[in-house]
Design a protein around this ligand. Structure first.
Ligand SMILES: *Cc1c(COP(=O)(O)O)cnc(C)c1O
Length: 449
């Protein structure tokens, strides 16, 4: 029985084993009596059959760099897939820079939340973003993006791709579809001048740290209007780290490619770094080819940890979202608080309209504007006892930081002011602790200011 421990349903089928509930009582199920199972149920079994791994209820971690072929012809067949001679990628396991059982099970499960056709896992959010860009961008091309973006993404697009003759144009996150269409026309002209194309429309919503939302449907409409009947229309990619996959599913609103820093809510325990990319098989095949070449896939151990995280994803995100709503309700009326950048309290009409169309929850990451400046912000942060002082977000524990003095310290003053990143802006990511304990912590920390 070659490759008997490959651990996937597909592996079983490769061996000619019929996967039926009758013969495999613990085999993965997708439906019961015609009822399609919900993501939170599927996270416990989808894509893994214990019968393939000595009955091990949890998938073993496959610590191997390479996989034995069933026979020589199978080896050739696999490489035809990997090299693109045959479409659809490898139909088996070959070498751990390309794929592995833990990564494949995770990819199958991750794709369920966004109802994506295909998914790919990466060694970090940034390696996921870099691989998507490399798959789409060539010399002379123009990248159109919403702003602000995660700082490293801006560096990658504006500085690093710039070294290869790629230019960019950006629009503010809240821009109207009309304004986006205007910018796309401008990008088209610029691309023609540079001998390239408009390579990709890259979005991040909500934007960090302002929480401004991008109208994904609006961007989709603008793209289709400007690139009507154009086979080379640029794909719309979106970094969905802040609200996904529970509270925003951009593929349903016109995005082609969804990107995650899985380090945040999906990993969810501040104990790993990873990234994910989802979309149609056609787009993912292009991204997979680059990942195969440069090796930006995550390791099996991280994939296993991510699998464990997915089992509690809905529980954790739901609790964190409820906690944030309670904490924000407390903070909103506090005399030492100047304001809140929390999606649950949007006042701007067009932003509220986008929120209602795109989002099913306000998340648990928000901005607290404390009365005063950096001194008051620091006094508040230093007085916190439950919340930890750290950057990042989406973990089980509550974190707080002051972007102007930390993550955004290197951003020039004028740009910081334009983005609304003031000295009294405190970034908070709420975890899954008891909400009343969190409120007590914020209350005593505000008293200390
Ligand atoms: C953290 C983050 C990234 C980068 O992800 P890493 O896993 O740290 O590489 C990208 N985008 C957003 C919105 C993030 O919060």
């Amino acid at each position: 029985m070659p490759n008997q421990n490959d651990g996937t349903k597909k592996g079983l089928e490769d061996l000619g084993v019929a996967v039926t509930p009758r013969s495999m009582p613990n085999a993965p199920v997708e439906k019961i009596a015609g009822r399609k199972l919900k993501p939170s149920t599927l996270m416990m079994g989808h894509g893994y059959d214990p019968a393939l791994s000595e009955g091990s209820l949890k998938p073993p971690i496959f610590l191997t760099s390479t996989f034995a072929f069933e026979n020589a012809a199978a080896g050739k067949r696999h490489f035809e897939g990997i090299t693109g001679k045959r479409p659809g990628g490898s139909d088996g396991l070959v070498y751990s820079r390309f794929n592995g059982p833990n990564q494949e099970i995770f990819e199958d499960r991750l794709s369920i939340w966004d109802e994506a056709e295909d998914a790919l896992v990466f060694s970090s959010g940034m390696s996921a973003i870099a691989t998507v860009l490399l798959a789409n961008v060539s010399q002379g091309d123009v990248v159109v993006h919403s702003g602000p973006l995660y700082a490293a993404t801006e560096t990658l697009i504006n500085k690093i791709l710039g070294r290869f003759g790629v230019t960019f144009l950006d629009f503010p996150a809240g821009a109207s579809p009309g304004k986006v269409a205007e910018l796309l026309e401008q990008a088209k002209a610029q691309a023609a001048e540079n001998g390239g194309k408009v390579a990709i429309i890259y979005l991040e919503s909500p934007a960090n740290p302002t929480n401004a939302l991008v109208d994904i449907e609006g961007v989709y409409g603008a793209r289709n209007q400007v690139f009507e009947n154009d086979a080379a229309a640029p794909p719309i990619a979106i970094d969905n780290t802040f609200l996904g996959p529970l509270w925003q599913q951009p593929l349903k609103h016109g995005a082609d490619i969804v990107i995650y820093s899985l380090t945040k809510y999906v990993g969810g325990h501040s104990d790993l770094v990873a990234g994910g990319v989802l979309g149609s098989k056609a787009y993912m095949d292009q991204v997979r080819a680059i990942r195969n070449t440069i090796g930006t896939i995550c390791d099996p151990n991280t994939a296993w940890m991510l699998l464990r995280s997915l089992e509690t994803l809905e529980l954790r995100m739901t609790r964190a979202g409820e906690n944030a709503a309670k904490v924000c309700a407390f903070l909103r009326d506090h005399p030492k608080v100047e304001g809140l950048g929390y999606l649950g309290f949007i006042t701007d009409e067009s932003q509220k309209d986008i929120y209602d169309r795109h989002c099913s929850g306000a998340g648990s990451t928000f901005s607290l504007f404390i009365k005063g400046g950096e001194a008051e912000g620091f006094a508040f942060l230093d007085a916190l006892r439950i919340a930890k002082l750290a950057v990042s977000l989406g973990g089980t524990e509550t974190l707080a930081s002051l972007p102007a003095a930390m993550t955004h310290l290197s951003v020039p003053d004028e740009r910081r002011a334009a983005l609304g990143i003031t000295d009294n802006l405190i970034r908070i990511s709420i975890g899954v602790e008891d909400p009343d304990d969190l409120i007590a912590d914020f209350e005593q920390a505000l008293e200390a200011v």
